[in-house]
Each structure stands twice: as structure tokens, then as C-alpha cells.
Design a binder for this molecule. Structure first.
Ligand code: SF4
Length: 338
């Protein structure tokens, strides 16, 4: 699809168009994924960050309590998550190359492999050789969102720190692919810039990666801007109907690609989108450092507010009631017992 077609589809107020796109997306999703929905949990290892992104609760300019999990605390948090049945973990940090160094991340990934079969990283962008080191100790993939492909807007909202380097971030999926990562997730933060233009550029980016690095499992995600610490950064101008069209277009253009939906969205919308194109959801999420076990009873400073606060068990029940099959891992390493 060219940019004009995407704009025409996304911005035309026409409920029948939305319904027909959703129906087409639903048929394709069932054809390629059946009724399966993969579950994962995010684990925030640290909220130290040396970048200043004006939409994020972890920004270096926000006065929040900073912490990072020790090795023993990582074990405790992971044990609590694994006890819910989740087998895929996404390890997240703020972007501090000092607080969460490569060595720290390697240790966290090594511990994660004791509890989970699939370990994904949403951490600061790295060089190829660093991704290789993480891959060699068991990390399976990388999540890296460009947030917006509009260079001017990118500059306006990423004021300081490594994240303000647009090109280094843009080249990250390619470096991760060269390092051998088997899973790469891309995304845009809806509400930051013109959604249609960002969607067009995201599709181009994914087309480029699929052509040059085939065989990798690619995934897309479309988080919408959320309040941070109860404060609204900017109203997200992507309403629910436009959001449905964005998910549908992603599915129609990339039939085999996984699409993730986070707990930023309300339970009712999450449930509705499952039938349309979503194949992967977070469950029982907590977006604070130590929020599952270590500091579950204390006041927390999450990266953003979440809407779907259902437990893993409640989500499993809801999926089954709606005739979906929850899948607890997308990857299992073969253990050679001979
Ligand atoms: S978006 Fe990432 S890099 Fe930017 S302030 Fe938040 S945690 Fe730091």
C-alpha cells in the first residue's frame, strides 16, 4: 500500500470500511494462527534512564524513585511470574548503559533461562557483537520500537541521551538480526505523530527486514500514548475505530507476522481485537521495578498507566470463554538427553 492509500483508509470516517477491513483481517488471522493467542509477561529490571523522552515516566528528568533489581531480586520476581504459568518473559529497562550494562543484562538473561523458555529483551539499543553475546547465553529476541519515523517529531520528543540518536535506533533491528536473534519486534507509539505516515514507514521498515533477513520471526506492536504518573502527556488522537483499522491493515499487509497488544488497552477492547489480528498479549502485567513480588505492596512509579489489570488466570479464563487457545510459550529449546 502506498501512503495515500493508507491515509485514505485510516482517516475516512466510514464504519462499513472498518467492518470490512476487520472481517478480512479476522479471516487471515484464523488462516495463519488459528485460535491461538500467545501470552507473555513484562519484567522491569530497572528504571534508571539517562535519556529524556518527554512522554515517558522513566525519563531522566522525572523525579521518581530509581531502582534496579539485584540478582537475588530477579530470581524472586521471576519465580512469582513463572508460578502463574507464563513461559515467555520480556525483560525491560530504562536506557542507562551504566546501570544496566551488558554484563548486568547477560546475568539477567541467564537467570531468566532458568525460569522461562523464551527470553526477549526491550533494553537500550546495542551493537551487533553485544547482541551476539546475549544470544549466545540464551536471549531469543529483541523488541525495539522506533516510536515515530518522523525525524522532526522524533527530535522534538527525544530531547537528550542515546535515544535521541534516530539513526542508531533505526539500525537496531538490523544489528539484532545480524547477531542471530530469532525474534524481532517493531512498533510505533501512536499519538506521537501522524499515524498513517508512521504506519507506512513501519511497513517499509518491516518489508526491508523481511527481504534482507528472512527466517526471523517478526512481530509488530502499536502502543498508544498513555498517561504517566496520572499526568497526561498529550491526548492520543488515535481513537478506537482508527486503532482497529491500523491493526487490520497490519494483518492484511503482513499475514504471517505476530501482532502484540499490551495492557495499555482496556479489557473490552483487548478482547475485541483478539478476533481481528492480535496474536500475542501480555498478561498480569506490572510496569514497575519489583512490582510482582519485591515491592508489590508499596507505592510504585510505573513507566505508564495500565488499563487491563486482570490476572493471568483471569485472562486465560476470558480467552477460553471466547474460544481461544492460550499458548504459554512460542519457543522451547530442544534438550538433547542422549
Ligand atoms: S522511553 Fe525509554 S529511553 Fe525514553 S525516557 Fe523512557 S525509558 Fe528512557
Amino acid at each position: 500500500m502506498n501512503l495515500a492509500e493508507i491515509k485514505e483508509t485510516i482517516y475516512r470516517a466510514d464504519k462499513s470500511l472498518t467492518e470490512s477491513l476487520a472481517q478480512e483481517a479476522k479471516t487471515i488471522t484464523e488462516q495463519y494462527f488459528g485460535r491461538t493467542i500467545s501470552l507473555y509477561a513484562p519484567l522491569y529490571l530497572s528504571n534508571y534512564c539517562s535519556s529524556h523522552c518527554i512522554y515517558c515516566g522513566f525519563s531522566s528528568h522525572n523525579k521518581i524513585k530509581r531502582s534496579k533489581l539485584s540478582g537475588e531480586e530477579i530470581h524472586r520476581e521471576m519465580k512469582a511470574i513463572a508460578a502463574t504459568g507464563i513461559e515467555d518473559i520480556l525483560l525491560l529497562t530504562g536506557e542507562s548503559y551504566e546501570a544496566t550494562s551488558l554484563e548486568y543484562l547477560k546475568n539477567a538473561a541467564t537467570i531468566a533461562k532458568e525460569y522461562f523458555s523464551c527470553v526477549l529483551l526491550e533494553v537500550h539499543p546495542m551493537e551487533t557483537n553485544e547482541y551476539q553475546e546475549l544470544f549466545s547465553i540464551g536471549a531469543d529476541g529483541v523488541t525495539i520500537y522506533q516510536e515515530t519515523y518522523d525525524r522532526n517529531r522524533y527530535k522534538e520528543v527525544h530531547l537528550a541521551g542515546k535515544k535521541s540518536d534516530y539513526d542508531f535506533r533505526l539500525g537496531t533491528p538490523e544489528r539484532a538480526a545480524k547477531a542471530g536473534m530469532r525474534y524481532i519486534s517493531l512498533g510505533i507509539l501512536l499519538g506521537l505523530s501522524d499515524a498513517a505516515s508512521d504506519l507506512f514507514e513501519l511497513f517499509n521498515h518491516l518489508n526491508y527486514l523481511e527481504k534482507n533477513f528472512p527466517g526471523i520471526e517478526y512481530n509488530l506492536s502499536f502502543p498508544r500514548l498513555r498517561n504517566i504518573k496520572g499526568r497526561e502527556f498529550a491526548k492520543c488522537d488515535v481513537d478506537d475505530e482508527t486503532f482497529v483499522k491500523i491493526i487490520s491493515l497490519a494483518r492484511i499487509n503482513f499475514p504471517r507476522v505476530g501482532i502484540t497488544l499490551s495492557t495499555r488497552e482496556k479489557p473490552s477492547l483487548r478482547d475485541h481485537l483478539l478476533g481481528i489480528g492480535i496474536t500475542r498479549i501480555s498478561a498480569g502485567s506490572n510496569t514497575s521495578v519489583g512490582g510482582y513480588e519485591i515491592s508489590k505492596d508499596s507505592a510504585q512509579d510505573p513507566q505508564f498507566d495500565i488499563e487491563d489489570k486482570r490476572s493471568v488466570q483471569e485472562i486465560i479464563k476470558s480467552l477460553k470463554n471466547n474460544n481461544f487457545d492460550p499458548v504459554f510459550t512460542s519457543w522451547r529449546t530442544i534438550k538433547n538427553t542422549i
